[in-house]
Design a binder for this molecule. Structure first.
Ligand SMILES: Cc1ncc(COP(=O)(O)O)c(C=O)c1O
Length: 375
């Protein structure tokens, strides 16, 4: 039976991975500066992570949300402690789209309204409301048109004010650093105004931290660069270092009730263990600091590359923009230099999303390879 053909695949078959390296079936070693799409946070095959999952699997891997699972509370406390996002409540799910879907639904429940404001180039996932809030017509089916979503540019206070003043907006959803969109960030003044306007108009502010969260930006959440308190924070990707786990942090102004949200797989024992192991390593190995330090190193070094027109992002959510489209360059990096990088909807940009324990020497490898490619 053939696979439903939706992914254009590189002809590489990874069979082993350790730290920042991935090995193919012939034993060839690749430097993973893509982190399997910003997923690998603490590095491939981390001992603490493997041990935690193995131990949990020997006890109990899964039971439904109909019974007590203290691991969810443990995880909730640990996220609160490490992120400093106090007083939130945790609901768990299994992916980024699902986290945003739940966040949007919750905003609608809470406000009794249904229109959403999202931003140009936003990506929030491929499920119903999440894809409707994604700025890409190509991945929206007619079914998704039923959602009322309007897109405005970052930093346009007037446009946001005009939309929110209409009084029918349940949520403004934003990425503090756009991922798929190509690493653009709103200004501090805009984000501050956005929070105030949301409060004024009874609209929930949703910070989509699916890609930028769990330390990738150098802070626990990328929105922490600003002084705001979103109503809902969504998380996934780096949270499980490859184990499918996501979640939302909900400000208690939004009251819960039985049945309001729910999922079969969300918050299962293995998922909680994976996320707890990630948090343990993030703190013990000070990966927040490493993300900041290495991000700064990368940005400084990028200035030396004459063919790079712009370097973007912060922490280890980074991008390099070139004069031409980067498809062929990314192929050359994989097949001639064994380096994985990411793409984005900006075809001239490569995204660098490495495990958070990446070192200077790995970036030096990339820069040397880029110099070779441009000879
Ligand atoms: C910011 C952001 N939100 C949501 C998603 C969707 O996550 P998932 O693919 O886990 O559904 C992504 C995935 O790339 C993302 O980058």
């Amino acid at each position: 039976m053939p696979l439903f053909d939706v992914y254009p695949l590189y002809d590489v078959e990874p069979t082993k991975a350790r730290g920042v390296y991935v090995y193919d079936k012939n034993g060839k070693k690749y430097l993973d500066l893509y982190g399997g799409h910003a997923v690998i946070s603490i590095g491939h095959g981390h001992r603490t992570y493997k041990r935690a999952l193995r131990k949990q699997l020997n006890r109990i891997g899964f039971y439904s949300n109909a019974v007590q699972n203290p691991l969810q509370e443990k995880l909730s406390s640990e996220i609160n402690r490490q992120s400093g996002s106090k007083d939130y409540e945790l609901f768990m799910c299994s992916s980024g789209a699902e986290a945003n879907e739940n966040a949007l639904k919750l905003a609608s429940f809470h406000t009794g309204k249904s229109r959403v404001i999202a931003f140009d180039n936003a990506f929030h996932g491929r499920t119903s409301a999440a894809v409707a809030a994604t700025d890409n017509k190509m991945i929206q089916a007619p079914l998704n048109d039923q959602h009322k979503v309007d897109f405005i540019p970052f930093n346009d206070v007037e446009a946001l004010d005009k939309e929110l003043s209409k009084g029918d907006v349940c949520a403004v959803i934003f990425e503090a650093i756009q991922g798929v969109g190509g690493l653009d960030e709103p200004t501090n003044a805009f984000v501050t105004a956005m929070e105030q306007m949301c409060k004024k108009h009874n609209t929930c502010l949703i910070a989509d931290e699916v890609q930028s969260g769990f330390g990738r930006s150098g802070d626990f959440f990328a929105f922490q660069n600003y002084s705001i308190t979103p109503h809902i924070i969504t998380m996934a990707k780096g949270m499980g270092n490859g184990f499918p786990v996501g979640g939302i942090l909900v400000n208690p102004v939004i009251e819960s009730s039985y049945g309001m949200l729910g999922t079969t797989f969300g918050g299962n024992h293995l998922a909680c263990r994976a996320a707890l192991a990630v948090l343990e390593v993030l703190e013990k190995e000070n990966l927040y600091e490493n993300a900041k330090k290495l991000g700064a190193y990368f940005t400084e070094k990028a200035k030396e590359l004459p063919f790079v027109t712009k370097s973007k992002g912060r922490g280890l959510m980074l991008g390099l923009e070139f004069e031409n489209e980067v498809g062929p360059l990314r192929k050359e990096l994989i097949f001639s230099h064994q380096i994985f990088t990411g793409g984005s909807s900006n075809k001239k940009l490569i995204r660098i999303l490495p495990p958070l324990n990446v070192q200077k020497k790995h970036f030096d490898n990339l820069f040397n390879a880029l110099l070779e490619c441009h000879k």
